[in-house]
Design a protein around this ligand. Sequence first.
Ligand code: DGJ
Length: 722
Amino acid sequence: MSIAYDSRTQAFHLKNARVSYIFRLAGGKYPIHVYWGRRVRNITDELIERRTAWTDETFSLNEASLDYLPQECPTFAVDMREGMIHLVHENGTSALLPEYVSHEVVDGKPSLGELPGARGEGAQTLLLRLRDAVSGVVIELCYTVYEDVDVIARSARIVNGGKTPVTVEKALSACVDFDGSDMNLTTLNGAWARERHLYTRPLVPGHQGTASVRGASSVQTSPFMMLTGRDTTETAGDAFGFALCYSGNFEASVYVDQHAVARAQIGIHPFNFSWRLAPGEAFQTPEAYLAYSAGGIGGMSRQFHTLIHRHITTGKYARAARPILINNWEATYFNFDEAKLLDLARAAVRADIDLLVLDDGWFGHRDRDNSSLGDWVDDTRKLPDGLAGLSEKIHALGLKFGLWVEPEMVSPDSDLYRAHPDWCIHAPGYPRVEMRNQLVLDLSRAEVRDHVVGMITDALRRGHVDYVKWDMNRFITMWGSAALPAGRQKELGHRYILGVYDMMRRITQAFPDVLFESCAGGGGRFDLGMLCFMPQTWCSDDTDAWMRCKIQHATSLVFPPSAMGAHVSAVPNHQTGRSTPLSTRAAVAMSGTYGYELDLTKLPDEEIEAIRAFNAKVRAVQPLLLYGTYHRLRSAFEGNDAAWMSVSEDRREAVVTHVYGQAVPNTKDGLLRLTGLDPDLTYRDAQTGKTYGGDELMYYGLRLKAPWGDYMSQQWHLVAEA
Ligand code: DGJ
């Protein structure tokens, strides 16, 4: 891994053993993108000139306008395509011409201040300083290259080095101008209970992409996009992934210009955003991760998974086995009391489960979703001995205890709201629009955050919790903060997210032994920002096994199984009405952080026995399932089956899962080709004892039994013979 600067060509070459990222300075001043892809030793002058159609001697702003050049940090002033940074000076004008001043290469990766980001072990960072001579504004572009993962981390810092205030109106994190637009764009889109479905289309001239202005990354979309060559497959070809380490409004877009340059950008959404910078102040953008693989879409995903495991997730559970849990939500919804919970806990003990999570409804007087958020005091009608008493009884049964909280919200029917009606986000004079009967706390305010952190910390302490589910069940509308001056109201979206991160930092640090799972009305805030604090995220309220084959497939484009909360639930499924076999529900949930979400007390003994067996299997193979090398084999988006596998680093062990959709009569047994194994090894299936060559499994395939019944699954645990 290295970052080299060639003063003759004024080119920066960031590379590791597999990937190169190159840009140079046009006219000695403007950073111009040259190349990102498979590692090259060098790019000769002749090729650089062909791409950028000028030489240093002939470069002039007037004649070789930046509008024609591929740029690293376009500002709208001399480039009329979508820009990366835009700001307004005190006199109302908005021209900006940042020019190269200096650069520096540092070991590791500088901190992003209040924002979360990847760690920089074994990395090197290039800091490139550009300055606008008229205003004194400095833009510091930050590029980190890793030895062990093919990801470039990019962010920008805007410093007002002038004498008068400026207002930043657009501050994206990264821009890459691709040479040619003959590519496909993939984004993840959906809805509640249908999160992260795959959408792929060819690039067309103009603007395209995905975005959220809901105040959160959202169930409708994800802060991610992928560009692939037209021939790229799961296993071969160029795949370029862009993911943002941010949990609020974002934009991931491609603008295809008049010369078929595809400008890919990602960052905070500019809509309803601005940030005022007094002289000397700075604005830091979130970090974007640019992952490249020549080994297809699967190769790109594995770069993100490696980044997450080695540089993003943190704390006791980052690489550890996760407890097998039972969550009472789909078992009881709001209709529970201590006796019912203890019945569930006793059934959990019989089923060999590790941890019971008490979900929504344990506080205030919350019998349905219309009250008490913000009042994190025990409801002694349901829990006569409070959280402390319940937790003690659960622990006495030998189970761990987990708790649901929704710290960012307030119910209009709550003591908190009655005491502080101005503590919620609202626009004076407009209705305080409720969603799920709740309002959003104004977490840009330190006193609000301090209050919430105090209440939540107390609850977690008195409940002696081992696990926390941090939920967030509505988006933000009618933006306004009672604490911000008029000129700073458009800072609220970003200040809110910084407030969320501040609370998460304080609470997770106060409980280093607790496992935290983030959640947002299903999978509505599944992003890298959350993963910096909590190693797992609830994937979707849709627990139907067949739907999960799709949701987990698309989620795995960026996120590894260790990040995906997945539970076995009851049939007929509460979201789809579909019945799937228990073994299939277990096989699908095993490819995430495993748990249950059903009334165990209603299950017959045979099913409790089956659950005990699944749990034993999960315990045996969980490190491999969560942290192994993940390969998607078949996609439920494309056909009537789904398959995936996880392989150990030394390729001596693998777990393969295959799920059929609806049974089709009179079909022959199929074949499933595996990948990622060692062709020279012989593998034994731990269940059947049958042996297979690694070459046979990869080139011929595993035999799939023709299904008898809908949604049947098969799983193989392959272990190499000595
Ligand atoms: C939404 C979550 O996704 C569910 O799992 C559950 O926790 C409910 N909220 C509780 O209100």
